[in-house]
Design a protein around this ligand. Structure first.
Ligand code: TMP
Length: 238
């Protein structure tokens, strides 16, 4: 399905040249707790790419293809049955496997940059640090599903938990008028998100070359400029 718009959430820039350097597309991911402004910054980066004539796709996890979006619904929608942490972990990787095979890998192979709203760092942060599942188990699934595939660069948008949750709740009530719109994760307690945030920051400390921590309490324009600055510093764009 490479090159097609598989879901409403996907966008492909088929008319543009494969990449600015005439070489490979880069795999960029955005991470952070709820309410850090990922969606806005993903859109701004995509616009910056379009302005430079760089072919790219925007996608997200869990989801990004029709089947993976169905898995997303399964794992995010609150229901009567309890979802064991192990089932949650496996569903995240099931969605990822489908997404990689049908959309991310073909896009990279075609020379398109992939801008992905969340990827496996989210699994380490949410299922690992948040739920308490073993890092080794996550690493095993990561190898099974991804082989050597890792993001080239990850933007970790960081804000204190109370700010992120406040923004996420305001967004939900604007969109749906009440709290019942919250998904299974948004219903979690503050302590859960404190663990998730700490998990993300620990990963960033362990992999500083890949994960750029961006202070997302700063104004939107400043955050967008920092993101572009990280790409320019690597001479990936100019
Ligand atoms: P989103 O609303 O930012 O798109 O993310 C959906 C939720 O899924 C968010 O609360 C984080 C969670 N998530 C995980 O728990 N593990 C994962 O591996 C991924 C990709 C997302």
């Amino acid at each position: 399905m490479s090159g097609q718009d598989a879901t409403a959430g996907q966008r492909s820039t088929g008319g543009q040249r494969p990449s600015s350097a005439g070489g490979r597309g880069r795999f960029l991911t955005f991470e952070g707790i709820e309410g850090v402004g990922k969606t806005t910054q993903v859109a701004r980066l995509a616009q910056a790419m379009a302005d430079r004539g760089i072919a790219h796709i925007i996608t997200r996890e869990p989801g990004g293809t029709p089947l993976a979006e169905r898995i997303r619904d399964l794992v995010l929608t609150p229901g009567a049955e309890s979802v064991p942490d192990s089932a949650e972990l496996l569903l995240m990787f099931a969605a990822r496997s489908v997404h990689l095979e049908n959309w991310i890998e073909p896009s990279l192979a075609a020379g398109r940059w992939v801008i992905c709203d969340r990827f496996t760092d989210a699994t380490y942060a949410y299922q690992g640090a948040g739920r308490g599942l073993a890092e080794d188990d996550i690493a095993r699934l990561e190898r099974l599903v991804q082989g050597p595939r890792r993001p080239d660069l990850t933007f970790l948008l960081d804000v204190p938990v109370y700010i992120g949750l406040e923004r996420a709740r305001a967004r939900n009530s604007r969109a749906h008028g009440n709290f019942s719109a919250a998904d299974r994760f948004e219903r979690e307690r503050v302590e859960f998100f404190e663990r998730v945030r700490a998990g993300y920051l620990a990963r960033a400390s362990a992999e500083p070359a890949r994960i750029a921590v961006i202070d997302a309490t700063r104004p939107e324009d400043e955050v967008a400029a920092r993101i572009i600055g990280e790409l320019e510093a690597r001479t990936w764009i100019s």
